[in-house]
Design a protein around this ligand. Structure first.
Ligand code: ZN
Length: 493
């Protein structure tokens, strides 16, 4: 290895090690830490974040990157250099005073949101939210002046633009609205079927069974409990969480399948490159394609319930006595307009994202004032769903994202759905029908396919190119819409 190369990789792996330490502390904060530990932990985390940021944007790092330009000699080197430069340029564009100001504003907005949300008090949340929005607008203005929202999008989904998203989401919106009308059932007996009581330890046993079926390496992973499920860590130390409701098994079951999909991605990165700028997961949209694939295309399929219903019946005593696999399949696929995004079914879910996308664009372009958010939210919500939230905590205040400055992030959730259906179509050409794979219990073949086609490439290719390589097409809504109608038409005919 030449010196320039060695310096580059050494510098980035040091930053990676720092960030891993940060992630373990964040995991600990949500899973293990006593409630009083918050302030102390915030202190440790902010010092680590500061050190990492200084290292990444220092003049010596600039030098290391510049020198590596003449030392990079293979595809990984060039991708690592490209990612390092992209990150460096982006960070340098944003004045450090603005970054500091944003993190202060977000800390205040988050605590204001936590206090104001239970009382649905938008006015109490408004001043600090408005501050976050106006700083985010300043940051967005550093990018493309024609479409400032692009600068935010690009941070989560490299290369994605409003110009590409608008038509994608517009076609999605039209068709999904029709589907919601067609498939919605009121008075469904889903809760009756799924509502058996299952003790937490049994739910955990079932969750661990599925992680093993998926092929997750639990000697390089952990399953724990947190209020909001998430996955963190990478490669040989991947930690996922779920939450348990004893009167509702699907919460933990689908949570584990979802986070298990994220965890498989992290374990499947290239072991030689996962600490380098281009060795990490491709994008948030691609990450979400993995979790959604396991949660919905597998976990909510008829084949899955045909295969695993007997096991669930026998593990849960009499909790679901008298139900059939078909009852479960129908119950976990009921479609209903509802207020809360994270509880939405896979059809209506995307409308929740489109709502947020349209509002965010308006906020960043300066077409929507923060103070008008509740009114705009409710009007758009009733237009999309035909119902109006009775309170702000079931409406505009439900998600944490805006208070922590995550603007431009929501679209990646729907992109994940679209990508998952595109990848499924390509996979089935190669491996045969997904239903047959599931019925035969050959889930590790799905894992291996994902590892080969998606995981190991990291950021070697931008998301759009990766999707094109796997599927032969650019990001598209059509396979997802076809997947939905093939599934739901016969269910609700
Ligand atoms: Zn996810």
């Amino acid at each position: 290895m030449n010196n320039r190369k060695e310096n580059f990789y050494k510098a980035y792996r040091e930053i990676h090690n720092l960030m891993e330490a940060q992630q373990v502390l964040e995991w600990d904060q949500q899973v293990m830490m006593p409630v009083k530990g918050n302030d102390q932990r915030a202190g440790s985390l902010s010092v680590l974040a500061k050190i990492a940021h200084e290292k990444m944007t220092s003049p010596s790092m600039e030098e290391v990157i510049r020198e590596f330009e003449s030392g990079a000699d293979d595809d990984w080197d060039r991708a690592n250099l490209r990612e390092a430069k992209r990150f460096f340029d982006r960070q340098r564009k944003i004045p450090s005073a603005l970054i500091a100001e944003k993190s202060r504003a977000c800390a205040m907005a988050q605590s204001a949101w936590e206090k104001a949300k239970p009382a649905s008090d938008f006015q109490a949340f408004l001043p600090s939210l408005d501050r976050v929005i106006s700083i985010t607008r300043e940051i967005a203005a550093l990018g493309n002046p024609e479409e400032p929202y692009d600068f935010l999008l690009d941070d989560y989904e490299l290369g994605m633009t409003v110009r590409e998203l608008d038509p994608l989401f517009e076609s999605l919106k039209q068709r999904i609205r029709e589907m919601v009308k067609k498939y919605s059932r009121t008075g469904s007996d889903a809760d009756k079927v799924l509502g058996g009581t299952v003790p937490r330890d049994i739910q955990e046993k079932i969750g661990r069974f599925f992680l093993a079926e998926m092929g997750l390496d639990m000697e390089a992973g952990r399953l724990d409990v947190s209020a909001h499920p998430f996955t963190s860590g990478t490669m040989n130390d991947v930690r996922l969480t779920t939450r348990y409701r004893e009167d509702f098994l699907p919460t933990s079951l689908f949570g584990v399948l979802h986070e298990g999909g994220h965890a498989l991605y992290e374990q499947g990165l290239d072991p030689e490159h996962f600490r380098d700028p281009a060795g990490q997961a491709c994008s948030l949209g691609i990450h979400e394609s993995q979790s959604r694939f396991w949660e919905n295309l597998i976990g909510r399929s008829r084949a899955f319930w045909g295969k695993y219903h007997p096991m669930i019946l026998s593990e849960t005593g009499g909790a679901f006595a008298g139900t059939t696999a078909e009852d479960f399949y129908r119950a976990v696929n009921s479609v209903r307009a509802s207020f809360i995004r994270v509880e939405a079914d896979e059809v209506t879910y995307n409308l929740h994202i489109i709502l947020r996308y349209e509002i965010e664009k308006g906020l960043i372009r300066g077409e929507i004032r923060t103070a008008d958010l509740p009114e705009i939210w409710n009007a758009k919500f009733s237009d999309l769903f035909g119902i109006e939230p009775p309170s702000h905590n079931l409406g505009v205040m439900q998600d944490v994202h805006w208070s922590v400055g995550l603007i431009g992030y929501f679209p990646t959730y729907s992109l994940g759905n679209l990508y998952s259906a595109q990848i499924a179509r390509a996979m089935q050409k190669e491996l045969g029908g997904l239903d047959e794979l599931i019925s035969a219990g050959r889930l590790t073949e799905v894992k291996n396919y994902m590892r080969e086609k998606v995981h190991r490439h990291g950021k070697l290719f931008p998301p759009r190119d990766l999707i094109r390589m796997i599927t032969g097409s650019p990001p598209s809504a059509e396979p997802f819409l076809e997947y939905l109608s093939c599934k739901y038409d016969p269910l609700f005919a």
